[in-house]
Ligand binder design. Structure first.
Ligand code: FAD
Ligand code: 2HG
Ligand code: ZN
Length: 507
């Protein structure tokens, strides 16, 4: 990797006073007769249950009853793995008739407990719905089963010189249906926008088993209400997504990345302004990690450490990526930016490290992308995925740290680190509090503290991970009473029996 130095330059909270609707009617557990019924719809290998006649050991359900962070635990007795939309429809219709709660589950990488049953609801895994239905290399429209893993879709379209419009650290496990259901943002949102723009159509099994076919490949279609938008980000509470039509961009002909070391957080904003101005259309990511996040990434083997000289005096780091159509043009722009940065009278950065090979490119990305993984190895994380003004990122992180210190909780046996990183370009801060273990004291110190801080900025308590079961009680910090009442009406229209992912999203 090339260390870039001056001499070595290559070229108002709203509160909900009352619930607008009564809570969902009580739901029934799965019983043996249901297993008999599911076994008529699916092959025996696609029904995993502790109940007879299947009677698998409870440990076979562990992977479905526990989330990625080891924070949420369900008590599902049964998981079904349909292979087709028709099978999903038959299962869901049965659950509708029997009033059994259904939890759609994709790759189970969600970070807010949305994919884990609250009690003993049926888990409907999309893992066996993993076929690409079509890809048009001219329009770039990909139509795939919802259970396709994001990385496998990336691999599928790569030979056609296209990329997925989203990319995230969980790409090896998360599914496109889960991405759409959480409206996942990730590392490319700055460039390609949100799934609300790139998803062209959806196929959804509604809570009564009806199949809603909106799997259009049209880019333009203004015929009435755009129903698919309701399912994007609804976290499985309105139906099961079975098929996704998505617009994929052409693969850039050249990509570069550079990590910039900054002496203080205050420089991030002016840096972002300058980078946007100079790189304009080739800027494809502007990601931020603080010093602690960087150190944990290195400690836990995510990417290669930068040299001592490169990290000396660095308070935080910014990863800048460019993607464009012509290598020389992009490199010229990037080099010019680095020159401007390093030759400035009051430099915004200390140093920069520019990747010089595909391996170095990946290694620099790993330092950012691997932070979540590193944190999970370091301890138990309280994750706050928030939108606040960029200028407040550092204050929020420092304020939370001081708050925990004032409660006597900042020590090795309680909270080990308070970390800030995220998608500067999207105004999305990941505030992570890493503790030795999950404890009621830490939880009580963090909530509602963090949500009140977010609300004081008129920010969002969930920028990209969703509400799941973690934040149902906090929705009102970001949405007013009128909005929540309307959301409940929508839920009532789609799912009057309340079977679809009960206890998630809405308070
Ligand atoms: P799951 O976790 O299985 O489910 C998530 C929610 O969607 C649940 O409510 C579930 O019921 C519902 N759901 C799943 N599939 C369907 C379906 N077919 N129909 C209806 N509902 C469904 N998120 C970001 O936004 N940006 C990131 O950069 C990012 N990085 C991550 C990095 C790591 C290492 C990890 C572990 C997670 C990250 N996430 C990120 C969290 C993110 O929400 C998920 O990774 C992903 O979008 C969820 O997909 P999944 O298939 O795992 O869904
Ligand atoms: C990321 O941007 C993900 O890396 C995960 O959204 C963030 O773990 C987190 O808090
Ligand atoms: Zn993120």
């Amino acid at each position: 990797m090339l260390a870039v130095t001056r001499s070595s330059l290559p070229r108002v909270p709203w509160r909900v006073c009352r619930a607008a609707y009564a809570t969902a009617p009580s739901l029934n557990p799965v019983i043996e007769q249901d297993i008999h019924h599911f076994s008529k719809i699916l092959p025996s290998t696609s029904v995993v249950s502790t109940l007879s006649p299947v009677a698998s050991p409870a440990s076979d359900l562990d992977q479905f009853n526990n989330d990625w962070m080891g924070k949420y635990k369900g008590q599902a007795t049964t998981v079904v793995k349909p292979k087709s939309t028709h099978e999903v429809s038959q299962i869901v219709r049965h659950c509708w008739e029997r009033r059994i709660g259904v939890v759609p589950q994709g790759g189970n990488t969600g970070l807010v407990g949305g994919s884990i049953p609250l009690k003993d609801e049926l888990v409907l895994s999309l893992a066996n719905m993993n076929k690409v239905r079509s890809f048009d290399p001219i329009s770039g429209v990909l139509v795939a089963d919802a259970g396709c893993i994001l990385q496998s879709l990336t691999d599928y379209i790569a030979p056609h010189n296209h990329i997925m419009p989203l990319d995230l650290g969980a790409k090896g496990s998360c599914q496109i249906g889960g991405n759409v259901s959480t409206n996942a943002g990730g590392l490319r949102l700055l460039r390609y926008g949100s799934l609300h723009g790139t998803v062209l159509g959806l196929e959804v099994v509604l809570p009564d088993g009806t199949i809603l076919d909106q799997l259009t490949t049209l880019r333009k279609d203004n015929t009435g209400y755009d129903l698919k938008q309701l399912f994007i980000g609804s976290e499985g509470t309105l139906g099961v997504i079975t098929g996704v039509s998505i617009l994929t961009p052409p693969a850039p002909q050249a990509s570069n990345n550079v990590i910039l070391a900054l002496p203080k957080f205050d420089n991030v904003l002016p840096l972002y302004k300058l980078v946007k101005q100079q790189l304009s259309e080739i800027l494809s990511a502007f990601e931020f990690i603080d010093r602690t996040a960087y150190e944990l990434a290195v400690k836990h083997g995510q990417g290669r450490a930068l040299s001592d000289e490169d990290v000396r005096g660095a308070a935080c780091f910014v990863l800048v990526e460019t993607s464009g159509g012509r290598r020389e043009h992009d490199e010229e722009k990037l080099n010019h930016l680095l020159e401007t940065l390093l030759e400035a009278e009051k430099p915004l950065i200390n140093t920069g490290v520019l990747s010089q090979s595909p391996a170095q490119f990946s290694s620099l990305w790993a330092l950012r992308e691997g932070v979540t993984e590193a944190i999970s190895k370091e301890g138990k994380a309280y994750k706050y995925d928030i939108s606040v003004p960029l200028s407040s990122f550092q204050d929020v992180v420092d304020g939370t740290r001081e708050h925990l210190r004032s409660k006597g909780l900042l020590n090795d046996s309680a909270v080990k680190h308070v970390i800030g990183y995220g998608h500067v370009g999207d105004g999305n801060l990941h505030l992570n509090v890493v503790a030795e273990s999950y404890s009621p004291e830490i939880q009580a110190a963090l909530e509602p503290y963090v949500y009140e801080v977010v609300a004081s900025h008129r920010g969002s308590v969930s920028a990209e991970h969703g509400i799941g079961s973690m934040k149902t009680h906090a929705l009102h910090y970001s949405k007013d009473e009128v909005s929540i009442a309307l959301m409940k009406k929508i839920k009532e229209i789609f799912d009057p029996r309340g079977i679809m992912n009960p206890g998630k999203v809405l308070p």
